[in-house]
Write a protein that binds this ligand. Sequence first.
Ligand SMILES: NC(=O)NCCC(=O)O
Ligand SMILES: [Zn+2]
Ligand SMILES: [Zn+2]
Length: 487
Amino acid sequence: MSKVIKGGTIVTADRSWKADVLIEGEKIAEIGENLKGDETIDAEGAYVIPGGIDPHTHLEMPFMGTTAAETFESGTFAAAAGGTTMLVDFCLPGEDGSLLNAIDDWDRKSRDQICTDISYHMAITGWNESIFNEMEAVVKERGINTFKHFMAYKGALMVEDDEMFASFKRCAELGALPLVHAENGDIVQELQQKYLAEGITGPEGHAYSRPPEVEGEAANRAIMIADAAGTPLYIVHVSCEQAHEAIRRARQKGMRVYGEPLIQHLTLDETEYFDKDWQYAARRVMSPPFRSKDHQASLWAGLSSGSLQVVATDHAAFTDKQKQMGLDNFTTIPNGTGGLEERMAMLWTKGVETGRLTPEEFVAATSSNIAKILNIYPMKGGINVGGDADVVVWDPTISREIAVSTQKSIIDYNVFEGMTVTAQPRYTLSRGEVVWAYGQNSQPQPGRGKFVRRPAFASASQAVSKWKSLNTPRKIERNPLNIPSGV
Ligand SMILES: NC(=O)NCCC(=O)O
Ligand SMILES: [Zn+2]
Ligand SMILES: [Zn+2]
């Protein structure tokens, strides 16, 4: 059974052109004019873009004494409704510390629920010989080529510099890519105590205790450690000029450092934390916190100039009730906000519709760049013959107001509530199957999604390894006659 997506304008990261897309089974079979298939999908007046890839989600994540409420089923369906056909979730080791057991655990949770494709990043939350050994199996047997390091959440997920250095070196050996949450966890903890002692217990204390400098310092530190370890580096949820500046500077020096701003940081600002309504402000508590408009401008400039490459969501959705765990103390409000369903529409509306981004840059930031970084391009992240038919018919004429009453996420609010977006998917296809059709009462199809294995040694990691081995410090051989005999 073939399908042809007809009459649209294909937009990829490097060009746009009018053509039909023929899909046979799960793959794109042909791109061209006047193609015919058993079924026709109407793309007249719309763009045909690669399905979005959100590389940063936390579905059903145990965190801060509770578990993120968004399930793999509701999360992947919300993603599909918003044009995202693959997400990469963070797999956290449990109490036994085993990486492989954690993956089994994540598989158990996700397998029968996922409506679209997923993959995992593996978190390194401590360091010992068994983690060193397991990392090899994570990469070679489980198909995970990324390891995440938290420089914050002291006493919970945070790792120290020596642990990070050891893990980064292991990543370099295995051809895997280290990721970091860059915030100085020691300073955050001190600042939290300071503001609590001053009687600032509400959500505004969350923003005060995590200033941009704390993020900038950690970003610089992680970049230095990655350079010393001889590996590229990916910095998640870049929220401020200080961290962006560190990335820009590193890239100018030829280092391979990637930066990922979130749609929330691009479109929501710090005034949200000063709202008089506690619940409103608590819903927006996430790390790093929202920043001022100047920082937002820096992030947008990074996307258009290429110093930042990927827009993600860090979707970690907690209900109002869960947020109330921190009623008397902002440090116990579960950190996280949603955005999986809104990422693409918000980025289009605030980016493409305002002229900050071209449609091609939009595609690069929502799918192609991350597919290359994760080493799954051209299977994902493009409109390519032979590639997976993860395709979205993106309609720039359907405008809608974001509302909790119509969202697919199962939490009880939406941080973008009331905002109007001016585009959204007419159809979302995941490996050739329609998983979302606008106005047609689409339902979740749990269990149809697949786990995507990602091979190690992406070309950037090979290049850094080659460069480092050619430029490594070497012993200078000297004629003993030229060495003083000493006294
Ligand atoms: N970002 C956030 O506040 N929550 C999820 C965990 C993390 O990514 O730091
Ligand atoms: Zn984080
Ligand atoms: Zn996160």
